[in-house]
Ligand binder design. Structure first.
Ligand code: SAH
Length: 237
């Protein structure tokens, strides 16, 4: 990862899930400071835009020099609002690679020649504008990192959750069974694992239909079997 704020990303990647995965050698995260290769006394990395306008633009020289010195794993992806949007499917594609690299912009962005002649693609985390690519890089790192085999304590949990099969996740409950009169659905305590699995699938379908009908539409609507599941477990009330 290339950034002018290495401390931001390094701190984040040293804690919790990612930190443990790095300690165990499951993930190798390297953070390169774009300023370290700047040659002038002020270590400047940005300058005013040609043609005028507000703000500063990251210069090509320090970025090319930092990338060439590090020879990082490719693809090298520039973080930016104009990129391909990060989805669970994109995260899965990145997780199976041997490695990849991220370049964080700042200020008004990066010189266009970085985009056209240095990076291999561009990645966005959504349709809004951040002040820099660092938070976006952390989002990518966490979404991808937890898909790397062994990083999550229980590998099955990544297969069951939201988006893994184009649906949102079913509702989850833990103890106590009765919390202030709010009870856990009886079926989850029944021990009938086949029925529990069908109930969960029906809940995931119902929830996705209610909140993200677009996700159901994009996987081609409901199959006959899914229709039957919804009939087997009608909506309460
Ligand atoms: N002027 C640019 C925005 C620059 S924001 C424009 O209009 O497109 C500064 C930096 O923040 C960008 O270079 C990029 O690295 C990062 N950034 C901003 N929004 C982002 C997003 N949605 N996803 C990923 N990175 C983003």
């Amino acid at each position: 990862m290339f950034t002018i704020f290495p401390g931001m990303v390094d701190g984040f990647a040293s804690l919790s899930l990612l930190g443990k995965a790095r300690e165990r050698g499951l993930l190798d995260v390297r953070v390169h400071d774009l300023r370290s290769v700047a040659t002038d006394p002020h270590r400047s990395v940005d300058d005013t835009p040609y043609g005028g306008g507000a703000g500063m633009v990251l210069m090509p020289e320090p970025i090319f020099a930092a990338v060439e010195a590090a020879a990082p794993p490719r693809p090298l992806l520039l973080l930016g609002p104009g990129g391909r949007t990060l989805t669970q499917a994109v995260a899965r594609d990145l997780a199976v690679l041997d490695g990849f690299s991220l370049l964080c912009g700042r200020y008004e962005g990066v010189d266009e020649r970085v985009r056209t002649h240095l990076v291999d693609g561009e990645l966005s985390i959504g349709d809004y504008v951040l002040a820099g690519g660092e938070v976006a890089a952390m989002v990518v790192l966490e979404a991808v990192g937890r898909l790397v085999p062994g990083v999550m304590g229980n590998d099955a949990s990544a297969g069951d959750e939201s988006f893994s099969d184009g649906l949102l996740e079913y509702p989850q409950y833990t103890k106590p069974a009765d919390f202030r009169g709010l009870t856990v659905p009886e079926i989850l305590r029944s021990g009938d694992h086949g029925r529990i699995a069908r109930w969960r699938r029906a809940q995931a379908l119902r929830r996705t239909l209610a909140r993200r009908a677009d996700l159901v539409a994009s996987r081609g609507g409901l199959s006959d079997e899914e229709q039957r599941l919804l009939e087997e477990f009608p909506a309460p009330g």
